[in-house]
Design a protein. Structure first.
Length: 236
């Protein structure tokens, strides 16, 4: 069948050495499709989504535990919540092209279901649920961490986690010193600028960071400052 051939190509392109193809077919089967094809006696992806949600939370928690030793429990919880929120799952799903694989009922198709954030975010989780049942936790962990790490290293974490607010809270907890952010450098062509920001505590530079936007540079400068404060608590 053409659909199965497309699914096999997708799995192969993403390095998924599947065993049970039917699980992945189910992962991309929306309830609207099942309702319109009852004679086929197929299952939708809702149970796999439930399973995939739990697997995703575990694998992202493991990743954050490994790479963010500077974050405490509350900070890791906040970061994880952002990494697995619907908007983030939608982005992961779109990058993988999961919308093209969905089996949708006619009504859902005509109403834009293939691009609906909830539909494709759920498909990402059900896909992970299918992979977990088919290939085990280690395979899923490697797959998820590859996606999360790419997002994290491209600055997604700086945008997701509000380091500026955290730094403000840390400083205000111990003193009344003022925090200020300054853009101290710009480089690159107009269409691809790189900004360098410095965060100062009473005119003393605490941290530096760069980014493609001023806000991103400030977040990274704040992150650098938090790491310095963790090592030298006498600064504040």
């Amino acid at each position: 069948m053409p659909y199965q051939q497309n699914l096999k190509k997708f799995l192969s392109a993403n390095g998924v050495d599947y065993i049970n193809l039917d699980l992945y077919c189910q992962a991309f089967t929306h309830s609207s499709y099942v309702n319109e094809h009852r004679q086929l006696k197929i299952k939708d992806n809702e149970r796999l989504e439930f399973l995939g949600d739990a697997v995703l939370e575990l694998t992202v928690s493991h990743y954050l535990y490994q790479i963010t030793p500077e974050l405490n429990e509350g900070e890791m919880t906040k970061t994880r919540a952002q990494l697995v929120c619907e908007a983030s799952l939608e982005a992961y799903a779109k990058n993988l092209g999961l919308g093209d694989l969905m089996l949708l009922g006619r009504g859902e198709e005509l109403s834009g279901g293939r691009e609906r954030p909830t539909v494709i975010a759920d498909a990402f989780e059900s896909f992970l649920g299918a992979m977990y049942l088919d290939l085990g936790l280690d395979v899923v962990r490697g797959f998820v961490q590859g996606i999360i790490h790419e997002a994290y290293t491209k600055g997604m974490a700086s945008q997701i986690f509000d380091y500026k607010s955290t730094l403000q809270e840390l400083v205000q907890a111990d003193s009344k010193k003022a925090i200020e952010y300054r853009i101290v450098g710009e480089s690159g062509p107009a269409h691809n600028r790189l900004f360098e920001s410095a965060v100062l505590l009473d005119e003393i530079i605490l941290g530096r960071g760069d980014g493609k936007t001023k806000k991103e540079a400030e977040q990274r400068a704040a992150k650098s400052a938090i790491e310095i404060l963790a090592k030298h608590q006498d600064i504040v």
